[in-house]
Design a binder for this molecule. Sequence first.
Ligand code: NAP
Ligand code: COA
Length: 274
Amino acid sequence: MTMSMDFTGKVVVVIGGTSGINRGIAERFAEHGAKVAVASRKQDKVDDTVAALRRLGGEAMGFTADVREAEAVDAGMQAVHERFGPFDVVVSGAAGNFPALANDLSWNGFKSVVDIDVRGTFHVMKAAFPRLRKPGASVINISAPQSFLPMQAQVHVCAAKAGVDMITRTLAVEWGPSGVRVNSVVPGPIDGTEGMARLAPDAGARRRALAGVPLGRFGAPVDVANVCLFLASDFGSYVSGTVIPVDGGWAQTGCGGMSDYLGNLAVQGAAGRG
Ligand code: NAP
Ligand code: COA
């Protein structure tokens, strides 16, 4: 039997799917025939994304929720379930990031990122599970190299994304018997995204980041989306509990010295703020 990447009739939910990498993932699934639902905090971003997904030809819907609010996430998932039915794929990608050294990071700054990334991922997982197609569903958490590579000015993100990957591994164990696979995907430096704008905001930083990519180019959202398609398809049917970098080899070079760069950037930022 020939397998395919045809997602016609499948239901895909992308939380944090209204910009950047996650929106690229939502659009890629729509291009492959899926019914796609997206969610984030801002109504205008949700509306714009749903319109774009419909232009790609498929059914689409969206809802607003802050992933830090479990009840809002649950209510949004319920609305998607009522309209589209059981979820075949759930992608959880909402995250927060800014460079700040631990000594300059307020308690609330640390808490905000941990709340969005770790508690938010848990809320998405909890709301998704009863509505997943079982067996068969594929759950994908969007992580970052900070989950396994310490980086200066990223203590909040490193702690948070490590937590996300441990949610992935633990739920792969707990949910495997239900026929649900859970994996993390770790994007590298993906050009044109908010993450890059925050961590590599000038030409020097971009040169430095690129120099650390063995494949010699920045990534695009579609590079990450293609791996999500693979994981969600029959080709990925025996893959669970993994953390998969999609980074052109960037992590193998320590992300090209981003730790030192971000440390300096944060020192300058702190000095600028007086
Ligand atoms: P982005 O454009 O800022 O995407 C974040 C998305 O999450 C947006 O749709 C945002 O929409 C939503 N969001 C943020 N906070 C939220 C909250 N509290 N509740 C619900 N939704 C929320 O960022 P990106 O750079 O494409 O990054 C996407 C993912 O890839 C993140 O998980 C990031 O850690 C990971 N990543 C990115 C890179 C990179 O190169 N960019 C590298 C490694 C990992 P609203 O503003 O409307 O809420
Ligand atoms: N440096 C140091 N601290 C910062 C900061 C920065 N650049 N940006 C925010 N903070 C601190 C704030 O000062 C605040 O702490 P305080 O109350 O002690 O002053 C805390 O973080 C929360 O900030 P706030 O703006 O109230 O949070 P929010 O919940 O509205 O937004 C963020 C969350 C801060 C993560 C925001 O950047 C965001 O919404 N990010 C989503 C998009 C994103 O990060 N994309 C890239 C993904 S890789």
